[in-house]
Ligand binder design. Structure first.
Ligand code: ADP
Ligand code: MG
Length: 148
């Protein structure tokens, strides 16, 4: 994580997916290879939307959707990006730390949806930031962004 441009830490409110993507793009501008970003929040709060916005800012051009049948996806942007969604996994606590090694490497920026599943898991790598999204009615969302 770079300090310039300064990442958008703190609590934000967005009123539609485009605003969430724009906020994610601001965070992406501060990311460096090896950074892992945890994205928490209930279903439909906009975790994948946030990852999509960050990916676009990182130069990823293809589809960015939640990995459904795999644990994760890899994209090529100006930096290589990993997108993990742990929703369908059982608790990873105590699992072999190498389990996600293909996705979490020093060259990649990695976004992890449902990071709660990885509590107690030693293989997440260097967490640079935590994002938490919450429903605030209709198209409103609250996003809290903190650097780790
Ligand atoms: P998650 O990955 O958390 O399950 P998604 O990003 O897949 O959530 O879906 C979020 C849904 O909510 C999308 O259909 C998106 O268009 C909609 N949405 C409405 N308002 C917002 C907002 N402010 N931020 C993000 N998504 C929003
Ligand atoms: Mg998702």
């Amino acid at each position: 994580m770079r300090q310039q441009p300064s990442p958008p830490t703190g609590v934000h409110r967005t009123n539609g997916p485009a605003e969430t993507e724009a906020l994610a793009a601001r965070l992406a501008a501060a990311l460096e290879p090896g950074d892992v970003i945890l994205i928490a929040g209930e279903l439909g709060t906009g975790k994948t939307t946030f990852v999509r916005g960050a990916c676009r800012a990182l130069g990823v051009e293809g589809r960015v959707t939640s990995p459904t049948f795999t644990i994760g996806q890899r994209y090529e942007g100006r930096v290589p990006v990993s997108h993990l969604d742990l929703y369908r996994l059982a608790d990873l606590g105590g699992e072999d730390p190498a389990l996600l090694a293909d996705y979490l490497t020093p060259e990649r920026v990695a976004f992890v949806e449902w990071p709660e599943v990885a509590e107690g898991f030693d293989g997440l790598g260097r967490v640079a930031a935590r994002v938490r999204l919450a429903h605030r009615g209709a198209d409103a969302r609250e996003l809290a962004i903190e650097l780790a």
